[in-house]
Ligand binder design. Structure first.
Ligand code: ATP
Ligand code: MG
Length: 443
């Protein structure tokens, strides 16, 4: 069953939805039962009790009419009053109106209807001016018979008490339900939290708990997390192991080349060895990217400024700007070395492929952005995806004089972004005309 319009009005959290699923049927049943019960039971009981009183009132009215005069009638009424338990007087005048009843008073309207139906004479009923006594005035041939009838002789005892009981018990039961429900939802929340944190590269303590299905999901998450961690670890170790091991023969080759007779071939070989060495350093940096660095509260603006001053020290110019639009303090939970390295990679690219470079940090309530722009050739939209893959360098011609990279800079940056749960986006810089790279990390 699909009800898309309903979804818009439903609460979003599991907790409130479950509560709603509980509450709506229960409240509906209670309302229906209450209304039916009050109407049927109280109206029914009141009707029966009132019928008995009506018989007595008719008897009193007939007694008045059978008396020769008003004085005698009152005397006979006084004699009746005690056994009947009513207060009866005979008055002059006639009756015009019938009194109204408050609309919520179910038993009251049953009472009025039954009396009017039974007595079949003009009469006035006042059930409102005293909450213990009902005043009934009946038109007889000898005047008006005024009777004071104790209310409890005609009306079933107060239905409000039932309502109060129902409300109190449902409130207590609902409170208990809410407590239990909380406990059921908690493990799901914890699982979601652990999964989110892992997506951001943080491992939080998590123990599967709660109902069978939730526990199973939690256990599955834990083994998945362990598997991924193992894989990352293996990859890292392999890559750094290989790089490391290759270094030794490379160093030997360098030594051999240094003592060899100089010549064109030796020179070329030397360049190749240098390039290999640079590549190995790149691999090592890539492998270290996934290393054991812990996330900590870090000031992203300080990272940007550090990169700025490092760059200026090498004799290149860079514009560093920062904006902070956040209610929190300026700190973000991230792995500072990894983030600095990836921003540095973006800046290095900008310096390599462009001339003018601008680095900006935007601190927002939900995330932090490092934006690197340059005035170089940029990257075609179609090639952006490709450029972020490991070991990919775009068109050779452009790169030849631009220093031999390995093609890992962008993929390291993207790896770091992903391991923080963030993204790396490449685009066109409207300001400078070259590439605009945005490293966005959630906080
Ligand atoms: N700012 C930029 N402007 C123009 N092209 C760029 C820019 N940044 C990267 N590229 C292109 O994307 C390719 C991949 O970049 P990446 O940083 O991954 O590798 P690299 O710079 O070639 O080598 P490395 O960074 O590993 O030394 C580059 O070879 C280059 O062609
Ligand atoms: Mg690069």
């Amino acid at each position: 069953m699909k009800l898309p319009w309903l979804k818009r009005y439903l609460p979003r959290s599991l907790f409130s939805r479950t509560l709603l699923i509980f509450a709506v049927p229960i409240i509906t049943v209670q309302l229906v039962v209450t209304v039916l019960f009050i109407q049927r039971h109280y109206a029914g009981v009141t009707e029966q009790m009132t019928q008995a009183v009506a018989v007595e009132l008719i008897y009193a009215a007939e007694t008045v009419e059978a008396a020769p005069d008003a004085e005698e009638a009152q005397k006979r009424l006084d004699a009746l009053a005690i056994p009947l338990g009513l207060f009866l007087t005979l008055e002059d005048g006639t009756i015009r109106q019938r009194d109204s009843v408050a609309f919520y008073d179910v038993s009251g309207s049953a009472l009025v209807d039954t009396l009017a139906d039974r007595i079949q004479r003009p009469l006035a009923i006042d059930i409102n001016s005293d909450d213990k006594v009902v005043f009934v005035r009946i038109q007889t041939q000898k005047g008006v018979l005024a009777a004071e009838v104790p209310r409890r002789r005609m009306v079933a005892s107060n239905p409000h008490l039932l309502l109060v009981w129902m409300l109190v018990t449902s409130a207590v039961l609902s409170a208990i339900a809410v407590l239990f429900l909380r406990n059921q939802v908690k493990p799901i929340r914890q699982l979601a939290h652990a999964a989110e944190e892992f997506g951001k590269g943080r491992t939080v303590r998590f123990r599967p708990a709660g109902a069978e299905e939730i526990r199973r999901a939690g256990a599955a998450f834990l083994s998945m997390r362990a598997r991924i961690e193992r894989q990352i670890d293996q990859r890292t170790r392999m890559l750094s192991g290989v790089s490391h091991d290759l270094r030794t023969p490379l160093t030997r080759m360098k030594l051999a080349l240094a003592v060899a007779d100089p010549g064109l071939e030796v020179e070329e070989l030397g360049r190749d060895v240098d390039e290999m060495e640079r590549m190995l350093e790149g691999f090592l940096a890539f492998a270290r990217g996934e290393g054991a660095e812990e996330a900590e509260e870090t000031d992203p603006i300080a990272i940007a400024e550090l990169i700025g001053s490092d760059t200026r020290r090498t004799g290149r110019s860079i514009a560093v700007a920062s904006t902070s639009d956040t209610p929190q303090n300026g700190l973000v939970l991230l792995r500072p070395v990894a983030v600095k390295r990836s921003v540095q990679n973006l800046v290095d690219n900008a310096l390599t492929y462009g001339g003018q470079v601008a680095l900006a940090v935007r601190l927002l309530p939900k995330f932090v952005e490092f934006i690197v722009e340059d005035d170089g050739p940029g990257i075609d939209e179609a090639a952006r995806e490709e450029a972020m893959r490991p070991f990919v360098r775009l068109d050779r011609a452009r790169n030849q004089d631009a220093g031999g990279g390995v093609g890992l800079g962008l993929s390291i940056a993207m790896d770091v972004a992903r391991s923080h749960g963030g993204t790396l986006e490449l685009g066109h810089s409207d300001r400078l005309g070259g590439l605009r790279a945005v490293l966005r990390l959630p906080r």
